[in-house]
Each structure stands twice: as C-alpha cells, then as structure tokens.
Design a protein around this ligand. Structure first.
Ligand code: ACO
Length: 310
C-alpha cells in the first residue's frame, strides 16, 4: 500500500523572549502563579506566520534531503494567517520555491494534526510528497495586559515532510478528528480583535476530549497505552497534560514537553514538540508515537504513527 512517512522535521521561533517576569509588568499576574498553574516560564513572540513557516519548512526539507522540486503539496495549518486573503500557504510556497498546490487549514491548536491526517489521505490518492507546516503568531491576537490569555499564548512554527513509501502496513495506524461548534464561544477572536477565553471551561473540556480522542485512535490502531513509546500532546497547560496522561494510564515520562520554554503556540505546538523529541533521540524506528491535541472550535485531533522516518 501507499503510505506517507515523516522523513524530515523542522522548527522556528522568533527571537524575542517574553518571560513571566516581563508579564508581571504588563498584567496583574506573577511568575510563581504562572509556573504553578500552567508550567510555562517563558515564550517567544514577534513572528510572522509566513516567515516562521518558511524557516521551519526549509529545515524540514533539508533534514529529509528531498529535492524541493519533488514536493507535490503544501498544507499550512494556522489560525493566524498573514492576511485574510490570500492563504498564507501560497506565500510560503512561493518563498520556499515550491512548485505545487498549497492551502491553509484552520482548526486552531488541532490544526497540525488535522493537516497531517488530511495529507496522509492525499498520499493514498496519489500525491507523493507533502510538506505539512503548523504555524501561529498568536502574539498578534493576544492582549498582553489581559492575564487570562497573556500567560499562555505565543509564536512558533513546526514542519514535517511526508514522503510516500510502499509498505505492508500504514505509517498512520489510527486517527481521530472532532469538532463541537456549540463551544465556539469559549475561545475566539473576532476579525481584527484579540483572543477571548473562558479558561476554566476550556480546561474542563480539553481533558475530556484529549482522553476520548486518544482512546479512539488507540482503538483504531489496535494499540494499548503501554505499547505507546511517546505521546506528543498539545502544549497548552501542564495540568491539562498531566490529567489526560493520568486518565489514559500513560506515565508523564512518555510525554514530549516543551511548554515551559515556548508556551502555547497553537498549530506549531505538536510539530515543534515532536521535532525536539526526535532530535533528543527519544524516538526509535518502529516506535508508536501518539499525537493528541485540542483547540478553539472546539476541535480535537489525534493520530498514531509508526515511526520509520526522520
Ligand atoms: N495570574 C494570577 N492569578 C490569576 C491568574 C493569573 N494569570 N488567573 C487567574 N488568577 C487567580 C484567579 O483570580 C483566582 O483567584 P481566587 O481563587 O482568589 O478567586 C485563581 O487564580 C484561580 O483562577 P482560575 O480562573 O480558576 O484559574 P485556573 O486554575 O483555571 O487557571 C488558566 C487559569 C491557566 C487560564 C486555566 O484555566 C487554563 O489553562 N485553561 C485552559 C486554557 C487553554 O488551554 N487554552 C488554549 C486552548 S487551545 C487553542 O485553540 C488556542
């Protein structure tokens, strides 16, 4: 069968560091509370979605060793496009010198996994090589004087090259995509406005949907929790991750974590954490890797990968 294998990963962060101490100056909050209630110590801000996407995309292409002329499709997951029109994917495609189709996906923090699942489907209908990027510049829609959201949101990009292989089993063993638009009002930004969030409600639902989605994906993959080598959760809040891991009977040592340094980067969160975990040698060929996230919408998404690439 045709299956898409990740053969390269890349990440990008803007240079400006925003620490919890910095936030004490703009919002009514403090370092101790933020670390205790979220696990975040600092984050990066100041990026443009196209610029960060190009940097992460180029690194992923370099790592895979693929000739950019061989890329057949670019999928860019973002909830913060540079402009309303055109899709930022087209801008990134041009800047990377790719000659292929390109489109944006907006599923907020679930966006990268949505994009990866869609890309995997495209491989089965004949597309050979796909660049999937998750990128957000949430600093553009975050009010850093409003403590509820200021402490969480930041900028970043992560990218993966998916290359076709002929194999006996699929590289993506299971997946789950979901949405509940009835909860759209708990996390949103009007066009031209800033993020508004009911934090406690998002927290409560996030744990539930992460657990349900991960279970569905494990069931589809025919895999039990103890067989999973690495979980790459959306980096929203360490307490959400701990609670979900606990309910799934997965030890925290199996979680890829970078939120202390980068905060919540929405669509970039999962690919950046995956990139770091792979660079740190935490994933071996054949390992089962579970991606699981949730976001505004509400949306949620998970995927079980059999690691053979990168
Ligand atoms: N700094 C200091 N104190 C604070 C802060 C703050 N930033 N925020 C709240 N407090 C205080 C409150 O006033 C309250 O004080 P009180 O007990 O004296 O009344 C106390 O801390 C607890 O407040 P809660 O609102 O219950 O705080 P909670 O523990 O829920 O933490 C947080 C708030 C961090 C926002 C949490 O609810 C959360 O992480 N929610 C999920 C958010 C999330 O993941 N969003 C991303 C979704 S993904 C996407 O699509 C972008």
């Amino acid at each position: 069968m045709r299956t898409g294998v990740i053969t390269g990963l890349g990440s990008a962060l803007p240079e400006q560091v925003l620490t919890n101490k910095d936030l004490e100056l703009s919002a009514n909050t403090n370092d101790e509370w933020i670390v205790d209630r979220t696990g975040i110590r600092e984050r990066r801000i100041g990026g443009m979605t196209s610029t960060l996407s190009v940097e992460a995309g180029r690194k992923a292409l370099d790592q895979s060793g693929i000739d950019p002329a061989e890329i057949d499709l670019l999928v860019l997951a973002t909830t913060t496009p540079d402009q309303m029109v055109p899709a930022t994917a087209s801008v990134v495609q041009h800047q990377l010198g790719l000659n292929c189709g390109a489109f944006d996906v907006n599923a907020a923090c679930s966006g990268f996994t949505y994009g990866l699942v869609a890309a995997q489907g495209m491989v089965t209908i004949g597309v050979n090589n796909i660049l999937v990027i998750g990128c957000d510049s949430l600093s553009r829609i975050t009010d850093y004087t409003e403590r509820n959201t200021a402490i969480l949101f930041a900028d970043g990009a992560g990218a993966a090259v998916l290359q076709v292989q002929e194999a006996d089993t699929p590289a993506m063993l299971g997946w789950d995509l979901g949405s509940d638009g009835a909860a759209a009002g708990i996390l949103y930004a009007e066009i031209g406005g800033k993020l508004v969030m009911e934090g406690r409600e998002v927290f409560r639902r996030a744990v539930r949907v992460m657990v349900d989605s991960a279970r569905k994906t494990m069931e589809m993959a025919g895999v039990t929790a103890d067989e999973v080598a690495l979980v790459v959760p959306h980096q929203a809040n360490i307490r959400i991750i701990e609670s979900a891991m606990n309910k799934l009977d997965l030890p925290m040592e199996k979680a890829a974590l970078n939120l202390a340094r980068v905060g919540n980067t929405s669509s970039a969160s999962i690919p950046m954490a995956l990139d770091e975990a792979v660079a740190d040698g935490r994933v071996k060929p054949g390992d089962l890797v579970l991606l699981v996230g949730f976001g505004a919408g509400m949306t949620w998404a998970s995927a079980m990968l059999r690691w053979d690439g990168a």
